[in-house]
Write a protein that binds this ligand. Structure first.
Ligand code: FAD
Length: 469
């Protein structure tokens, strides 16, 4: 980019809101997995929608690529520019105002740069619940959550990010501002355009604000950490829990012994809640709109039934809010606890819920046929059919040699996923990681429509190029 153009971009946000030295840019080029590399000579931090609009209009006019970045916790390289150094990073962190909370209408209007946890806290202070919840919630931003259509642990009861949006404000690559910030539950006035931007990973425009749904806070909530012999037992427990608790079943997370060992060993403040080791665990949460006693009785009835049936073999029910937080900390730290164990080949997949146990058996067979000493640490949102099918390197193996096996392990795992009519990206998106694979597995008509939509919205091809499609 020539100096003249660079100065024009900087003038939009003001010099103190631009990062130009490589030292200042470095944090925007560092991502959580240490997997993606990128280059950029300019990071812009706009303060508002108007500034985003001016940046994109100038970018389209000059064909300058723009990579949107929120909390940069995405796991598929979507927020990372390529190595050409041509792209500007547009970071949304300064656009972090809660514009409005409507407790009667159960909505909150927030700017894209609001950190997810701060939105949860604002809702809580207003006596409401914003149920999107994930391990990265202290860093990820609403714009990133919506752009990647995040799932997380609340999806079982409340849906994924897409289901929590009533309105959206988006700046198109041309600089035009799409104002769809109404908070209406019912609005059948033509195509529902907002859903195109949710899950688009920044390839169609920049989300600048959203109207999100709020929910009543549960009056009672109980969490339990339960031990089981097999994933099939976990599926049985899930189905019975659904029958017993219905919509009151607000979380159901599966974890293997290896994951509990990794977190207890590597993450401060985590310990195994049970005294004996068991092959599998489920973190279950039951919420009640009536009372604490109601939530407890739902869980007690379920546990009595499932212990008698030999499905649940041991367990601990959280006796306090802080113990419940400890159980959740164990689950949420499971991703990061794999890092100190060396190389990890990760798959964010979904299959129909009923197929989880047989998928896991088949996948284990396929992986161990390639590397008999691989350590499978598959965990996740069983109730959504979504597993993080992660595989840690054998103890003592060379990290790079193991990571090179990705070339055979991932096709084997994904082939099984497709056999089960599943998805190779359940909640993390496509980014650059799965772009080429998407082209192979997506329905050709759907892929063609996606390309046509992209070309129409972004004729200059400036928005997050080479991501998704
Ligand atoms: P970023 O990483 O900054 O960006 C993600 C994508 O969106 C990029 O393509 C970027 O270009 C684009 N983008 C960002 N902001 C905008 C915007 N305003 N407009 C347009 N495009 C934009 N994900 C889950 O779904 N469920 C989980 O349970 C989960 N757990 C996680 C646990 C850990 C420990 C970590 C590190 C990640 C986890 N993730 C999970 C992945 C990640 O946190 C989510 O994808 C999150 O929604 C990304 O938000 P972000 O603000 O960090 O987005």
């Amino acid at each position: 980019m020539n100096d003249n153009l660079r100065e024009k971009f900087i003038a939009i946000v003001g010099a103190k809101n631009a990062r130009v030295s490589q030292d200042d840019i470095a944090p925007y080029l560092h991502e959580w997995r240490d997997r993606w590399e990128g280059k950029s000579d300019l990071v812009l931090l706009p303060a508002n929608t108007q500034e985003v609009s001016q940046i994109l209009a100038l970018a389209t006019e000059t064909k300058t690529p723009v990579v949107p970045q929120g909390g940069h916790t995405g796991l598929v390289g979507g927020g990372m520019p390529d190595m050409s150094g041509d792209a500007i990073i547009l970071a949304t962190g300064r656009m972090n105002k809660v514009r409005n909370i409507d407790t009667a209408g159960n909505t909150i209007t927030v700017e894209a740069g609001c950190i997810l946890q701060s939105v949860q806290e604002a809702a809580d202070e207003a006596g409401k619940l914003f149920p999107l919840s994930l391990g990265a919630q202290g860093s990820c931003q609403i714009g990133g959550n919506l752009s990647s259509n995040a799932g997380g642990t609340g999806a079982l009861a409340y849906g994924v990010a897409r289901d929590l949006v009533l309105g959206l404000e988006v700046v198109l690559p041309t600089g035009e501002i799409l104002n769809d910030l109404n908070a209406l539950k019912k609005d059948n006035t033509g195509y529902n355009l907002r859903h195109l931007f949710i899950g688009a990973e920044g390839t169609l425009g920049i989300i600048t604000a959203a109207v999100l749904k709020l929910f009543p806070k549960p009056k009672g909530q109980v969490t339990a950490f339960l031990a089981l012999e097999t994933p099939a037992a976990a599926l049985e427990l899930f189905q019975t829990a659904r029958d017993f608790a219905g919509q009151s079943l607000t979380a159901f997370e599966l974890m293997p012994r290896l994951g509990v060992e990794f977190t207890s060993k590597h993450v401060d403040g985590v310990r195994d809640p049970l005294t004996e080791p068991y092959p599998w665990y489920v973190l279950i949460e039951v919420s009640s709109g009536e009372s604490e006693a109601h939530a407890q009785s739902l869980l007690e009835n379920l546990l009595e039934n499932q212990m008698e049936a030999g499905i649940v073999i041991d367990g601990a029910v959280a006796a306090s809010v802080s113990q419940s937080k400890e159980f959740w900390h164990l689950r949420e730290a499971m991703s990061e606890s794999q890092k100190p164990e060396g190389g990890s080949i990760k798959h964010d997949i979904s299959v129909p819920v009923h197929a989880i146990p047989s998928f896991m058996q088949d996948a284990e067979k396929a992986v161990l046929a390639i590397e008999p000493n691989a350590r499978i640490c598959a965990f996740g949102h069983l109730g959504d059919g979504n597993l993080h099918y992660n595989i840690s390197q054998p103890v003592g193996a060379d990290k790079q040699e193991f990571l090179a096996m990705d070339a055979v392990i991932t096709p084997a795992v994904h082939a099984l996923v497709l056999n089960y009519n599943g998805s190779i990206s359940a909640e993390h998106g496509i980014g650059q990681m799965k772009r080429d694979e998407l082209a192979e597995v997506k329905d050709p008509v759907a892929l063609d429509l996606m390309r046509r939509i992209k070309a129409n919205f972004d004729p200059a091809g400036i928005m997050n190029p080479n991501k998704v499609i």
